[in-house]
Design a protein around this ligand. Sequence first.
Ligand SMILES: Nc1ncnc2c1ncn2[C@@H]1O[C@H](COP(=O)(O)OP(=O)(O)OP(=O)(O)O)[C@@H](O)[C@H]1O
Ligand SMILES: Nc1nc2c(c(=O)[nH]1)N=C(CO)CN2
Length: 201
Amino acid sequence: MDGEPPTGDPTVQPVPDSVVARVDAADTTLSNPKTAVVALGSNVGNRLETLQGAIDALEDTPGVRVRAVSPVYETEPWGVPAGSQPSYFNAVLLVRTTLPPEALLERGHAIEEAYHRVRAERWGPRTIDVDIVAYQGVRSQDPVLTLPHPRAHERAFVLVPWLDVEPAADLPPHGPVAELLAAVDDSGVRRRTDVELRLPE
Ligand SMILES: Nc1ncnc2c1ncn2[C@@H]1O[C@H](COP(=O)(O)OP(=O)(O)OP(=O)(O)O)[C@@H](O)[C@H]1O
Ligand SMILES: Nc1nc2c(c(=O)[nH]1)N=C(CO)CN2
């Protein structure tokens, strides 16, 4: 018959090159997880339970594995007048993920919503804050997702727990986290040895 493919199976259509390229690119992402640094903070409600809930929710996300969880630090609110807010619990996680950075941020926002975080004022009190501190070598100036996080280098409440889980950490373009830490005031960052966050099984 006219037009019959030479292979003999008339149902097999050739796959366009553009589709093959897209599928191959997706496969590379899936088999090539990246490391991201995620900072958590909470200063409203049961801070420890909320941080643990956020860790568990991240672990339950397809394409995300929580690899390391820092100790818990009780920290003085940064960027607001002294005494105007309750103290925070802060922690930092290392995650391995096949999600692109934007999808990881979206997941962080969904977790914030699940904890009824209210965005009323800049740096206002919150049940949970999920920040992407860094995503394996990615640099972005996009205000929706700036990478690395544009204020991480000046925040002892991020640098101290980050160094715990990654002693050789580096924060481009600022430099080694250990050196950055030496340059900031960490007097308001106290380790809470009486409480602990669990790495999900
Ligand atoms: N690396 C990042 N991690 C998380 N959010 C980011 C990042 N870069 C940009 N953003 C954007 O910042 C916006 C405000 O975030 P959020 O309300 O958590 O700020 P904040 O925690 O009060 O302050 P800060 O950004 O100083 O930590 C978010 O809607 C998000 O799109
Ligand atoms: N101690 C402390 N201060 C903050 C924190 C935080 O997590 N911990 N988060 C802020 C906005 O992201 C602003 N100030």
